[in-house]
Design a protein around this ligand. Structure first.
Ligand code: NAD
Length: 484
């Protein structure tokens, strides 16, 4: 099936273990070729990883390390990620097809995330709280112990750093189960972490199937907290398993984010950001602005400009300079996009751009799809209400602010939103009325590691990033001292 040197291992403690049985093929979505194979954990290996992580927690080598020493190691991981920038960027590109420039930016973001949580680790304190008598009351923050982190394929470099760095900064041991599609960058980062001095067993990487390794991790009695990013269906399954064990879960789930253009907006800036907001990463972004609401008086102007913009996007091999959009990450993902566009056609949608694969023969073996824009759909149609997770934008008109807010909030999701208007009072009113965890005003998709991120409604539970991103991985203890 595959040669030994093309089989990547998993990491348990400081042991790199290979398992041929059930190995997962890592496919390059730009070419359809096999990159390499990845060992896949079964239940017995999950058991072994949890035991290893639990032992590391019991030994307290990491938890009792002084915060500034722990911070130094997290800082070295950040530097190591930066030093391996090209290897990491190419690895992610080969596995999920993101254009190289975006992969490089994501490596830099992952390095910054470790640096940020190194600083947080060194500076976080306990608190003295107001007492109601002759005693001193304090609040301290403690790690949970063993944390399971389960991640998707669209941006493994950043998503995994956003979980692993704060969980480590908080003093936990982590077992990371990356997506079946993109397991390999996690292995490189784990090697960097060991070289940076992270004690053995504090970071373990278990590639494997969600239904086998993921499920066994969530159900394991020694896993004390689960941090998940992925689809809403898997998120709900994980939340109900965690509920049976009464352990906390953090969920970063799907979205169907509204992007809104009022008639007083700077239309050209809005067009650039709307196009970037949906077509970057081939639309495989949880915050993709996939429902565009345009005030009726500028509707046709916006659609015409967007169609021109979409048709000018260079779709191609992700490593080539000048390419703006690579392939989708998997065959299954393109099948889903095609099925959703077909369903939009049946529901009366007008495909004004794209709606098909590119004709370039050089791209024929990859899973490419053209930037697609659909008008004339009802809010209740599948393409408007479901997350497509592909380069497909549905454009709908609105008449008034009230009409817009009702339509924009008419979704089970609530991850993000964008507003374009020159009127700051209106921007403020609408930003407050929208049910979304992040709202951008006259910009889109700007993210900062120090600003909390997460979803309303079925887009998730809890907030990553910022101090809230550290608190996710800590339990709170109150201590009372008698002073008389
Ligand atoms: P997915 O839910 O299929 O898989 C995510 C991870 O969960 C994978 O590692 C998978 O193996 C694992 N998994 C699946 N079923 C499981 C189970 N029953 N028990 C334990 N683990 C299980 O998602 P995906 O297709 O990899 O990623 C795309 C989705 O992720 C989209 O819906 C997207 O919106 C979402 N996403 C959300 C954010 C966010 O921050 N809100 C960020 C990126 C992606």
């Amino acid at each position: 099936m595959h040669s030994e040197d093309k089989l990547k291992p998993m990491l348990i403690g400081s042991e790199w273990l290979k398992r041929e049985e059930g190995a997962i093929a890592s496919l390059n979505p730009a070419t359809g070729k096999v990159n390499w194979w990845v060992s896949s954990a079964n239940e017995a290996l999950v058991e072994r990883a949890v035991e290893t992580a639990s032992n590391a927690v019991r030994q307290k080598a990491w938890q009792s390390m002084l915060p500034h020493v722990r911070a130094r190691i997290l800082g070295s991981i950040s530097e190591g990620i930066r030093a391996h920038s090209e290897e990491l960027a190419h690895c992610q590109m080969q596995e999920n097809g993101k254009v190289l420039s975006e992969c490089r930016a994501q490596v830099a973001s992952a390095a910054d995330t470790y640096r940020y949580f190194a600083a947080v680790c060194e500076t976080q304190g306990s608190e003295v709280t107001p007492a109601r008598g002759d005693y001193l009351s304090m609040t301290t923050y403690e790690p949970y112990g063993v944390v399971a982190a389960i991640t998707p394929w669209n941006s493994p470099l950043t998503m995994e750093a956003q979980k692993v760095a704060p969980a480590l900064a908080a003093g936990n041991a982590v077992i990371l189960k990356p997506s079946e599609v993109t397991s390999s960058t996690a292995l490189i980062v784990a090697k960097i972490a060991l070289e940076a001095g992270l004690p053995s067993g504090i970071l373990n990487v278990l590639p494997g199937q969600g239904e086998i390794a993921g499920k066994a991790l969530v159900q394991h009695h020694n896993v004390r907290m689960v941090s998940f990013t992925g689809g809403t269906v898997s998120g709900k399954a994980i939340a109900s398993m965690a509920a049976q064990r009464l352990i906390p879960v953090a969920l970063e789930l799907g979205g169907k984010s509204p992007h809104i253009i009022f008639d007083d907006a700077c239309i050209d800036s809005a067009i650039d950001n709307v196009a970037g907001g949906i077509f970057e990463g081939s639309g495989q972004s949880c915050v993709a602005g996939s429902r565009l609401f345009v005030q009726r008086s500028v509707f046709q102007e916006v659609v015409d400009k967007l169609v021109e913009k979409a048709n000018a996007i260079t779709v191609g091999l992700p490593e080539e300079s000048g390419v703006e959009m690579g392939p989708l990450a998997t065959m299954a993902q393109r099948d889903r996009v095609e099925a959703m566009v077909d369903s939009a056609r049946r529901e009366g949608g007008n495909i004004v751009a794209g709606g098909k694969r590119p004709s370039d023969p050089c791209l024929a073996t990859g899973v490419f799809y053209k930037p697609t824009i659909i008008t004339d759909l009802d809010s209740s149609s599948n393409a408007v209400s479901e997350e497509i997770f592909g380069p497909v934008l549905c454009v709908l008109p609105f008449d008034s602010e009230e009409d817009l807010v009702e339509k924009a909030n008419d979704s089970v999701f609530g991850l993000a939103a964008g507003i374009w208007t020159a009127n700051y009072q209106k921007a403020w009113r609408v930003a407050n009325a929208l049910e979304a965890g992040s709202v951008w005003i006259n910009t889109y998709k700007k993210l900062s590691i120090s600003t909390p991120f997460g979803g309303y409604k079925e887009s998730g539970l809890g907030r990553e990033k910022g101090i809230s991103g550290l608190r996710l991985y800590q339990q709170v203890k109150s201590i009372y001292w008698n002073m008389v």
